[in-house]
Design a protein around this ligand. Structure first.
Ligand SMILES: CC(C)(COP(=O)(O)OP(=O)(O)OC[C@H]1O[C@@H](n2cnc3c(N)ncnc32)[C@H](O)[C@@H]1OP(=O)(O)O)[C@@H](O)C(=O)NCCC(=O)NCCS
Length: 144
């Protein structure tokens, strides 16, 4: 697949599509929803999506932290399109974007089930397993 990877704006129709996707892929399987607080930082974050014919196949968010680091979060690919390189394309776009913004590293809180995906892309585990949204996670980072 060769989806087009691009930024989209908070509050746009594409953003609403991403909320639906995030809810379906990252929350429903855990029996969770989003609170207003969960979505608070979306407004000032960068939203990146993989589109084919205006259909959103996957998305992620980049947060610029106050301590001048960049965090990748909410990485989700629609389940019928997983395993087709879309997550990889989103990561590559994000890493280039972060590098162009002058960051030397990017990090994320990786679900334990997704750790092999990030390892394949050169991320390394830092520290011990910790719980987030009731499931095991690892802090992972990559130098850019
Ligand atoms: C994890 C996720 C983002 C990966 O996106 P994707 O489009 O399915 O991944 P890709 O097709 O780009 O896969 C790239 C490589 O990683 C591997 N990979 C992807 N997900 C994997 C997983 N969960 N475990 C092991 N390997 C995985 C693929 O097999 C592929 O390997 P290959 O290059 O040797 O064929 C996606 O599967 C997803 O949304 N999963 C559910 C939500 C989730 O866990 N999000 C991450 C939260 S931290």
């Amino acid at each position: 697949m060769h989806p087009s990877i691009r930024l989209f704006t908070y509050g746009s129709p594409d953003y609403l599509l991403s909320l639906i996707l995030r809810y379906k892929i990252l929350r429903i399987p855990l029996g969770l929803t989003y609170s207003a607080k969960d979505l608070e930082s979306d407004q000032s974050d960068f939203h990146i999506g993989a589109f084919e014919n205006e259909q959103l196949l996957g998305s992620l968010i980049l947060t610029l932290n106050k301590n001048n680091t960049i965090k990748m979060r909410q990485v989700a690919v629609d389940d019928t399109f997983q395993g087709k390189g879309i997550g990889s394309a989103l990561l590559q776009f994000s890493e280039t974007f972060a590098k162009l913004k002058g960051f030397e590293a990017i990090h994320c809180h990786a679900r334990k089930t997704a750790v092999p995906f990030y390892l394949k892309h050169g991320y390394t585990i830092v520290g011990d397993e910790f719980p987030e949204v009731n499931i095991p996670h690892f802090y992972m980072e990559k130098s850019l």
